[in-house]
Design a protein. Structure first.
Length: 403
């Protein structure tokens, strides 16, 4: 497809990119300035969307004239059919050619939190400082990006990105970037920039709106509309949107089923299903005990007992994965449904945890005395991920049964 080719051959692609919906773009040519030296905006984190595997982000940023080097404070929603998902905030640099990405550390934010992003030029080393801050919590994420080959940043954007069915987006149906500060060659140019609005991928009546005083830009949408993406399965929606660095950094597992149909699974084997679910609860307890044993046994030594404990933990996770797969076979109804899709997605989390543990344990076995502590921390953290995933499966079975 053209979409796939654009990402396989980045020299032919640039911003605005596929997946952008409504956006506003500014033109500073009338100022006579060389570059934008400061761009700041403030916005409110959106309301919590419905439970789904969707992911998307409102953001602002800017590019040089060739649209190949995007710097941006981002605010992604990472969807989860189990927990409802979460909002996060950080900054990103994406370079189209040669392809290069960098993200500053991410922090969680809540609906209604106020975010302030800034992009500030540093003449000493021809770089920009990218900063994202939550005003309520004080959490901050920042990075420095040197301009590629001396490029000058002149193109500001405000964007809503990633295409999903309309009902997946936040129910407040608006995000407003306000208190806009823009300096061109260190001179206030908010009144002089010429903003235009456009749509890259038309979806859900996404529209950008420029305030008369140019101090705020809003993007609106309609969650009640039908979408051309309604016909795509959750797996197809994932494949369509899972590109670009901020999206991949969310580490969202690809849904296994190929249907968006919401259904109520009637277990194929009700008696076996009940026994399987009880066994999974025991598995979660066994992994917790293994985690505790690793923490105490391997805290200071690299003994044979420690190695045995590590192997027992891997065995517990592998056994849990097998039990979870059996439970899925016995408890699902054999059809495509959102409930079944939910459980399949978490199975992939446990599978990944098993693979991570194998690597962690291989690293631990070869560590010398005194170097074990960091390795054990990785093992314990992975074990906790597995425990959380098992709990998600149990919750999902319960929710599916009662929905």
């Amino acid at each position: 497809s053209l979409l796939a080719l654009s990402y396989l051959n980045p020299t032919t692609a640039q911003d605005p990119a596929s997946g952008w919906m409504a956006y506003a773009v500014g033109d500073i040519s009338g100022t006579g300035a060389e570059r934008i030296t400061k761009l700041e905006m403030t916005w409110t984190v959106g309301a919590e969307p419905k439970k789904s595997s969707a992911f998307f982000s409102p953001w602002f940023g800017m590019d040089p004239a060739d649209n190949l080097n995007l710097i941006q404070p981002v605010n992604p929603w990472s969807g989860s059919a189990f927990r409802g998902g979460s909002w996060s905030a950080y900054t990103e640099y994406f370079q189209w050619s040669p392809t290069h990405n960098s993200n500053s550390p991410s922090f969680d934010v809540n609906p209604g939190d106020t975010l302030h992003g800034s992009l500030v030029y540093n003449e000493e080393d021809d770089s920009y400082t990218l900063t994202q801050t939550c005003l309520e919590s004080g959490a901050t994420s920042t990075q420095s990006v040197v301009a590629q080959s001396g490029k000058k940043y002149t193109v500001p954007y405000v964007v809503y990105e990633k295409t999903f069915p309309c009902a997946d987006y936040p129910p407040d149906e608006i995000v407003t970037f306000s208190d806009i500060v823009m300096e061109c060659d260190n001179v206030d140019c908010v009144d002089d920039v010429v903003w235009t609005v456009d749509v890259m991928d038309d979806n859900c009546n996404m529209q950008a709106h420029i305030a008369d005083d140019q101090r705020s830009i809003s993007i609106t949408w309609d969650t009640k509309l039908e979408s051309k993406y309604d016909a795509l399965s959750r797996a197809e929606l994932h494949d369509l949107n899972y590109h670009g660095n901020w999206a991949k950094s969310l580490n969202i597992p690809r849904p296994i089923d190929d249907s968006v149909e919401v259904g109520l699974p009637t277990p194929v084997h009700p008696v076996k299903c009940a026994a399987d679910v009880a066994k999974l609860a025991e598995d979660a307890s066994a992994i917790k005990q293994a985690v505790d044993a690793v923490s105490s046994t391997c805290d200071k030594t690299h003994s044979d007992v420690c190695v045995d404990t590590l192997n027992e933990m891997l065995s517990s996770v592998d056994s849990t994965l097998a039990d979870a797969e059996t439970a899925f076979d016995d408890c699902s109804d054999g059809t495509d449904s959102e409930c079944n899709e939910d459980i399949s997605a978490v199975l992939s989390v446990i599978s990944d945890a098993s693979k991570d543990l194998e690597q962690d344990l291989a690293d631990c076995v070869h560590l010398k005395l005194g170097s074990i502590k960091e390795c054990v921390k990785d093992v314990v953290d992975t074990g906790k991920v597995a425990i959380s995933a098992v709990k998600d499966i149990l919750i999902s079975f319960k929710d599916c049964k009662s929905s």
